[in-house]
Write a protein that binds this ligand. Structure first.
Ligand code: SR1
Ligand code: MG
Length: 402
C-alpha cells in the first residue's frame, strides 16, 4: 500500500535530517513551506546555527493552483528527479544537486539555492546577469543535443523515451498553451480591458493555423528530452551562477519549445518595461540588455550545438551536406513560434507572469499586455518565415515602436 501523504513541516525536517553531511550535529532545524509555484509543496529546511539548508520538494496529487478538481499524477516527481540527473550529467553545474528522491512520497531532496534569486524576481528588481546567456546556451546545447538522435544512440534514445512519458503534464501544456488561449475557455483569465484583444485572438484563423502546426509538433515531434517549462521562474541566478530547476514537465518533444520558452519570458519582461523602467532612456537601455541576452542565447546555442554535431555526432547520414543548415533553420523557426505561443498564454491564459501582473497601474499594465500580445502573435504568424534571430528581435522592437 502506498504511504503517500502530503508532508507536514515536521516530517520534512525528518526527511532532511536523514541526509548525511549537510547539517551540524547540534542546532535545531527549522522549516518553512515556501512553494509559490502552481503545482507543488516546497519545504525549506534550515539550521540557523550553521547556515546549512536543504529543499524538500513534494508533488501534490492535484494542481495546487486550481485545487483537487484537477488531479495530476505523482509520477512527475520521479520524472523531475530523473531529468535532473540527466541534466546534471549533460550540463554540469547548471542544476541543483539532488541528495535523495522517494518516488512513493513523490519527493526530491535537493540543494538549497537561497544564495540565488529566482530569475523572474531578479529581473523585476533590475538585476543584470552577464553570464546567463552563456550558461543557458550551454544547458540547452548539452541537454538537447545529447538526448537527440544526433548525439545519442538511437535505440537507447527510444528506450529512454519510455521513462519520460508524461501525459498529465503534457496535457497541461497542450490545453493551456496550444488550445485555450485561442477560444473562450473557462480556464482563461485576463483583465477585463483585454476582452476585445482576446476576442480578436479567438477569431484569427491565420493565427489558429500556425498554432495548430506548433501544437502538432508539441504532440508528435520527439526530438530530444526537454525541460518542458523553461521560464524565468524555473531558473535561479546570481551574477556568476545559473541553476535550472523544476523539470517536472520533461518529455521528449521539439527542441524549440525549450529555447522558445526562455526567449518568451525575456520578451515578456521586455514588454513589462512599460512599467518597471523609470523613464524612456532607462527603458531603452533595459530593453537593449534583454534583446542582447536573447541574441547571445540563440547565437551561443547555435554555435555550441553545431560544434557538438560536428565533433560528437553519432549519425553518419546527419553529416550529409546541407542537412545541418536546414535543421538549424527549422529549429530557429520552431523557437520563434513556440516563443510566441508562450508569450500569448501568459496574457490571456490561466497562468500569468509577475513581470506583467504585478504592474500596479492599469494603463501601464494594459500597454505591456498589448505589447506582449503583439510580439507573441507576430512571432507565431511569422515563425515559418524566420531566417535569423535578428528577425525575432526586430519583431519585438518594431512592436514596441508602434
Ligand atoms: C496548472 S499549471 C500552470 C502552469 O504552471 C507551470 O509552471 C506551467 O507553465 C503550467 O502551464
Ligand atoms: Mg514549475
Amino acid at each position: 500500500m502506498s504511504h503517500y501523504h502530503p508532508l507536514t513541516e515536521q516530517e520534512a525536517i525528518e526527511v532532511a535530517r536523514g541526509i548525511a553531511g549537510v547539517f551540524g550535529p547540534e542546532g535545531e532545524l527549522g522549516c518553512r513551506e515556501i512553494g509559490d509555484g502552481n503545482l507543488n509543496l516546497v519545504f525549506h529546511v534550515s539550521q540557523a546555527s550553521t547556515g546549512a539548508g536543504l529543499i524538500v520538494k513534494q508533488a501534490l496529487p492535484y494542481a495546487k493552483v486550481v485545487g483537487e478538481s484537477w488531479p495530476l499524477s505523482l509520477d512527475r516527481a520521479r520524472i523531475e528527479s530523473e531529468a535532473l540527473g540527466i541534466e546534471a550529467r549533460l550540463a554540469p553545474g547548471l542544476v541543483p544537486k539532488v541528495y535523495h528522491s522517494d518516488n512513493e512520497l513523490a519527493l526530491t531532496v535537493m540543494e538549497d539555492l537561497s544564495s540565488h534569486v529566482i530569475m523572474r524576481q531578479g529581473l523585476i528588481d533590475g538585476g543584470v546577469y552577464p553570464l546567463f546567456a552563456g550558461h543557458i546556451s550551454d544547458f540547452l546545447a548539452g541537454t538537447l543535443f545529447f538526448t537527440s538522435d544526433l548525439g545519442m544512440n538511437q535505440q537507447e534514445k527510444k528506450t529512454l523515451t519510455r521513462s519520460f512519458v508524461n501525459p498529465d503534464l503534457c496535457k497541461i501544456t497542450e490545453d493551456l498553451i496550444f488550445d485555450h488561449p485561442y477560444t473562450n475557455a473557462d480556464t482563461n483569465s485576463f483583465d477585463s480591458h483585454l476582452r476585445p484583444d482576446a476576442e480578436r485572438l479567438w477569431a484569427d484563423g491565420e493565427l489558429h493555423l500556425e498554432v495548430a502546426l506548433l501544437r502538432e509538433k508539441f504532440l508528435t515531434h520527439a526530438q530530444a528530452l526537454l525541460h518542458g517549462d523553461l521560464h524565468t521562474g524555473s531558473i535561479f541566478v546570481t551574477e556568476q551562477s545559473t541553476k535550472v530547476i523544476d523539470p517536472e514537465f520533461a518529455y521528449f518533444g521539439p527542441m524549440g519549445f525549450d529555447i522558445g520558452a526562455i526567449i518568451a519570458n525575456l520578451l515578456l519582461h521586455y514588454a513589462a518595461q512599460e512599467h518597471w523602467s523609470a523613464d524612456a532612456a532607462s527603458r531603452k537601455e533595459r530593453r537593449q540588455y534583454l534583446i542582447g541576452t536573447i541574441r547571445d542565447i540563440w547565437n551561443g546555442f547555435e554555435r555550441k550545438f553545431r560544434a557538438l554535431w560536428n565533433e560528437r555526432g553519432v549519425d553518419r547520414i546527419a553529416k550529409t551536406a546541407g542537412y545541418q543548415d536546414d535543421y538549424m533553420r527549422r529549429l530557429l523557426q520552431d523557437t520563434a513560434g513556440f516563443a510566441g505561443a508562450k508569450a500569448v498564454r501568459r496574457i490571456v491564459g490561466l497562468a500569468h507572469v509577475a513581470d506583467i501582473d504585478k504592474i500596479p497601474d492599469a494603463s501601464a499594465r494594459a500597454k505591456a499586455q498589448r505589447l506582449a500580445l503583439a510580439i507573441g502573435t507576430a512571432l507565431i504568424k511569422r515563425n515559418r518565415r524566420i531566417s535569423s534571430v535578428e528577425e525575432i528581435i526586430e519583431i519585438a522592437d518594431s512592436a514596441s515602436r508602434e
